[in-house]
Ligand binder design. Structure first.
Ligand code: ZN
Length: 275
């Protein structure tokens, strides 16, 4: 059983059905205690207004998603990208999110050297540490599936995230987001989650559909795919994680087409039976 107070539903799960006020109202009327906010939606509605509506409805925050993409080989582009992460850290602080989900960035066609790309990303995170500390928002390094290494993230495994954390030496302010959709396939996942321990600051669940149509926008509901979610939850909890179980489902063809209350109802059931 999952303590219902540990449920968080990521805003992206109802991305197309709900404006931010509609989303917050849907959480409140369904007794969902927590969310992770989607940055585009927050900026569209307004950071201050979002902070107020979240607080007024007594909704907690498990994260702010996302910022990063700092791997450009062009120095001024990379500097602008880091500035954008600083703005995201400020926004996360304004809405009272404990962490900012950080997506490293992909491989630039101008520079196909993936080792250099990873080194630039790590150096960029190091530069952002003082900014994160000054606003009290943890940078949650989120490894993403290697199929999106070109476009989104050269940080592909929890092992690599652990190596970056070892190098950064800033476990107080840099943690790791474990997204089951991104890491379930990894033969080293159990050992690396154990190694991550208290670095794990965010745990995201959805499912990998056997007939997935789109790597990014066709995530499945927990229980509908091939991920052993209870095993992954056991791993993070054994490692010391006791925080929110955050449901994060991008689903163009299915869940984004459904009524918000129906989606939330299915989620509340599946976190008890399939996670
Ligand atoms: Zn995630």
């Amino acid at each position: 059983m999952l303590d219902p107070r540990r449920l968080s539903i990521h805003q992206v799960t109802l991305l197309q059905q709900c404006s931010t006020p509609q989303f917050v109202a849907a959480l409140a009327r369904n007794d969902v205690p927590c969310t992770s906010l989607w940055r585009d939606k927050v900026r569209e509605y307004g950071v201050e207004k979002t902070a107020r509506i979240i607080a007024d409805n007594g909704i907690g925050l498990s994260g702010y998603c996302f910022a990063g993409l700092i791997t450009s080989p062009d120095r001024s582009e990379a500097a602008r990208a880091r500035d954008d992460v600083r703005r995201a850290l400020d926004e996360a602080a304004a809405v009272k999110a404990p962490c900012l989900v950080f997506v490293a960035g992909g491989v630039d066609p101008r520079d196909k050297n993936i080792a250099d790309t990873r080194a630039r990303a790590l150096d960029g995170v190091a530069e952002l540490i003082p900014d994160a500390r000054s606003v009290g928002v943890r940078i949650a390094l989120e490894p993403l599936h290697p199929m999106i290494c070109a476009t989104r993230s050269v940080l592909s495994t929890v092992k690599l995230a652990n190596e970056w954390c070892d190098r950064l030496g800033a476990d107080d302010i840099v943690g790791i987001a474990v997204d089951t959709y991104a890491v379930w396939w990894d033969p080293e996942i159990e050992a690396e989650i154990a190694r991550a321990g208290k670095r794990i600051c965010s745990f995201h669940v959805s499912d990998w559909l056997a007939d997935t149509q789109d790597l990014r926008l066709d995530r499945g509901m927990m229980g509908d795919g091939v991920i052993d979610l209870p095993a992954l939850r056991r791993m993070v909890e054994t490692a010391g994680y006791a925080g929110y179980v955050e449901v994060e489902i991008f689903s163009q063809r299915n869940w984004w087409q459904r009524d918000p209350d129906e989606v939330i109802g299915v989620i509340k059931d599946r976190v008890q039976t399939a996670v």
